[in-house]
Ligand binder design. Sequence first.
Ligand code: ADP
Length: 768
Amino acid sequence: MGKFEDFPLLALRGRVLFPDTTVNFDVGRPISISAVKSSAEYESRLFVCAQKQSDKEDITDEDVYTAGTVVKIRQITRLPGSTVRLTVEGLFRAQARQVRKENGTYIATVEEIVPVRGDKSLEEAYFRTSKEILKDITSTDSRLSKDALSALDRCSDPDVFVNLAAHYLQIKTEQKQDLLQCARTVDRLKKVDKLLNDELEIMRLERKINTVVRQNIDKNQKEYYLREQLKAIHSELGDDGEECDELKEKIEGMDMPEEAKNKCLKELSRMSRMQTSSPDYNVLRVYLDWMLDIPWSECTEDTEVLADAVKVLEDDHYGLEKIKERITEYLAVLKRTGGHNAPILCFVGPPGVGKTSIASSIARALGRNFVRMSFGGVKDEAEVRGHRKTYVGAMPGRIISGMKKAGSINPVFLLDEVDKISSDMRGDPAGALLEVLDPAQNSTFVDRYIEVPYDLSKVLFITTANSLDTIPVPLLDRMEIIELTGYTPEEKREIAKRYLVPRRREANGLKASEISITDRAIDAIIDGYTMEAGVRGLERKIDAVCRKAAVKLSDGKAKKLSVTDKNLEEILGSKRYVRDGGALKGDEVGAATGLAWTSVGGTTLTIEVSAMQGKGDVLLTGKLGDVMKESARAAISYIRSNSASYGIDNSLFEKTDIHIHVPEGATPKDGPSAGITMATAILSAFTHKPVKKSIAMTGEITLRGKVLPIGGLKEKALAAYRIGIHDVIIPAENQKDLEDIPKSVRESINFIPVTEVDTVFKNAIQGI
Ligand code: ADP
């Protein structure tokens, strides 16, 4: 039992004092001031204890903890008002046994709390671990001050250690109070041990949070700093980052696939680090412009009603009944399927027969945008797929360029002249096109320039070609062929009246009342100024007429230009072609008129043969393909083996050289069909009997003199009709094709079906 002593009681709010420490605090409450005053009678000592509720102003002895510390006042400083600042030193812990009030001051009778020592080794063990923990705490950034740590470290008495620890640690009042009133040293050590451990944990946690926070701050700060620097550099160089900011905003606001957007942002960030004057900056700038200009999500709505679509087709085109019918079916199916796996239409036919124009009508009928890209003469794969942007002046290929023009992801896309694509060492453009047209692949079409996949699956592709022969087979397999043939003069006249004249008139700014063109004038234009399967030349001539009218009316003197077949030559100059009823000037020996089918339509073909003294050689000149040469040989062999029946001395062949020449321009696509024509010319040359000028022919010949069927009869018949030929010899097997030939042509041409070349000779050569 310790001794009992009296001390004035000073209640502290939220604070517990310990022996072995010196602390400062302010007091101001009257009850506290009077305690301080009374302390003079107690050798400047006070019993300091904590208030149970720190916010309570007026207290009684009930409101304070009974365990406290006896302190010695070292210094009293008066502060303004009635407050005083005390510096006190803790002497020993004490337990109040009794409290009484004397002259307004609480006086406590206290008994010292004497440490109760027990198992020394246990105490030592706790003491040491506590010190170890303290070391860990010291090695990290601690909430404990350096002084506190070194004081604790120096401490050799377990109880003093506990007092100091309790003083320095940031723990709750209750925890401090607990340490204060605990008598057993081992228990006190145990408690401190735990508190230090907690402290260490808290510190570790704090440190962890701190590093994360700091890392974040560091990164942000670094970026911010660099950006600021960059801004400064740019402004020094006179270029502001405004352009990049603008682009960034645009890219972010753009509805495009994730991959494309990321690519744009990446390139933009590269660009923003470059000088505006550098070439690379420009390359990226152009690239980003492309990316922003290509449609990524813009989609047009298809028209609702099919009837409207059909009407558009009807309105835009004259004739072409079968084609319109086929396209109507196509549109109907398209409406049902939404265009998935729709066949790719390929319009095949001579120039100017309306292939492009039908495709654009399909677009109009569906309410889709229309874009046309020519693939004629494309040799380089890069023209389809684009050049890498590292190339100088690189650009996307024709597909992506077309999409930009189209401005929507679901246009009707016309690939023009796919038969004129050729392959060489610069890659395989047809292969690239194949990929474009393949529904399994075209949703991820990659252009080398734009580098990210582009979805072409919603595009409606249509192709055109003049002839099927040169279209690569795999491409051909993928397409549905729709053939368009040439027009008869009557059809051309109708097309001109209904479409071409009004269109050209408008294009030249003329009113309907200012120009009139009679039917006969139109016929005369078709006849004398054009020689074609389609109507392109006709349209050009009509345009020329309209231009002339515009000039004529410009001085205001004349009000109208009436074009008739009489004044046509004044306007268009003299006629370029004369329909004189035959390709030959008159009945000739050794010359015959054949009919050929070329990629630009049907045409006549004059074959000349001369037989001259020699050694039996055969000379072939002019535009002759291999197939035609073989036909020529077959023809000669047939005539030779049957020479007797035509009254030719067989030995003549050994002494005669035969020269066969095909003068006219275009190369026929179907070589063998010139067989009977060559045979006719050869026989005429050997027999010196003339071939009739008004007859034309087409048919393949065999060694035994049979006439085999040919292709393209309609085009050939139209060509004969254009020229004004009245008799056309055709293979008998081709008679079934006659129904495709327009009535007007059938009525004016006498078709002579034959099975034997003999019959050909009888009909064509006079006097056989
Ligand atoms: P292609 O693509 O077959 O070479 P286009 O489609 O360019 O031919 O046709 C040439 C011109 O002739 C266009 O102005 C087109 O409108 C017109 N045209 C062709 N066929 C017809 C037709 N059947 N009805 C009305 N206009 C036509």
